[in-house]
Design a protein around this ligand. Structure first.
Ligand SMILES: NC(=O)c1ccc[n+]([C@@H]2O[C@H](COP(=O)([O-])OP(=O)(O)OC[C@H]3O[C@@H](n4cnc5c(N)ncnc54)[C@H](OP(=O)(O)O)[C@@H]3O)[C@@H](O)[C@H]2O)c1
Length: 279
């Protein structure tokens, strides 16, 4: 693999900054080999000051000498990126897109470039604790796979999928996942406040309960049902609470929500809005 590859970033927003910070932390390349492009000049100047990257407001200029071109604009802006960069990505470069819903075929056609990687990270990537599922087109070389893996590792864990179809599934499970967790947290915190806890204490109790439960699960290597059984004594508080959660369809609600997000992701990828079941 080439030392200090040139990485061009098209759309230097929140996720791009997380990637820049991770790339530098993992020493994938140096700041002066990162071309950060954005429509807003002040944004890339800010990134230059903080990380020593090279700022651009012209996407075409930014990709000229690139080994990797990261696409990280919002999905609504991707067409304007295609229109400027079509046929202009250097031949030996790989495109790595984190744009939600943009398929490998759409990117390949939009840019007229064959080596394309599509990745779905999630929000905890911003603190290097994300998980990214990604897939590559046949034209991506082995050294480009390794380089992309190094870049994505900077965001947390990564899983290379054989089929692009897994990307829509990952969008529904891990990509959208933090939203489910935050809703659950919010409901628990509010329940604590309802009981009479000050909000600050309720937040602390809930956050540490979640963190501790996840760490316990990862360390114990048991099925979650086995861990749940351990804390469910006959006729006790957990049994009482779990009865109400099951009665309210907690498990089914989660399953249906994840499925609906999966259908929505597929529909958005085809340029449709999609219909959620029984709204
Ligand atoms: N945030 C997440 O946790 C997450 C998770 C998974 C996937 N993603 C995907 O990651 C992508 C980026 O998300 P984000 O949260 O980082 O978005 P963001 O903060 O809005 O960053 C996008 C940046 O691109 C700029 N931009 C717009 N049009 C451009 C163009 N034609 N050329 C160059 N730059 C342009 C935007 O400027 P303006 O603001 O002025 O338009 C903005 O600074 C999205 O496609 C999203 O679906 C995000």
């Amino acid at each position: 693999m080439k030392d200090n590859p040139v990485i061009a970033i098209i759309g230097s927003g929140v996720m791009a900054e997380a990637m820049i910070a991770g790339i530098l932390r993992q020493k994938v390349t140096t700041g002066n080999h990162i071309n950060a492009a954005d429509v807003r000049g002040e944004r890339v100047e800010e990134l230059q000051e903080q990380y020593g990257v090279v700022p651009f407001t012209d996407n075409l200029e930014a990709v000229r000498n690139a080994d990797v071109v990261i696409l990280s604009t919002k999905p609504q802006r991707i067409e304007s990126v295609y229109s400027v960069l079509k046929g202009k990505i250097p031949e030996g470069a790989v495109v790595l897109s984190i744009v939600a819903g943009a398929s490998i075929t759409a990117i390949t056609n939009g840019l007229d470039h064959k080596a394309v990687i599509r990745a779905m990270p999630n929000t905890p990537a911003q603190i290097g604790e994300g998980i990214t599922v990604w897939a590559a087109s046949r034209a991506v070389r082995e050294d480009q796979i390794e380089l992309a893996r190094n870049i994505l590792t900077a965001l947390g864990q990564e899983v290379l999928a054989d089929e692009e179809e897994y990307l829509d599934m990952a969008t529904a499970l891990s990509g959208t996942g933090p939203a489910y967790v935050f809703l659950f947290m919010e409901a628990m915190i509010d329940a604590g406040v309802h009981l009479g806890f000050p909000r600050r204490i309720s937040e602390q109790l809930v956050a540490q309960t979640l963190r501790g439960s996840v760490d316990f699960f990862l360390g114990a290597k048991s099925h979650p049902a086995a861990l749940r059984n351990q804390v469910t004594s006959p006729g006790g508080t957990s049994a009482e609470a779990l009865y109400y959660l099951e009665k309210a369809g907690f498990r089914t609600a989660i399953s249906r929500a994840v499925w609906a997000a999966y259908e929505k992701s597929k529909a958005l990828g085809k340029g449709k809005n999609g219909e959620a079941p029984e709204k």
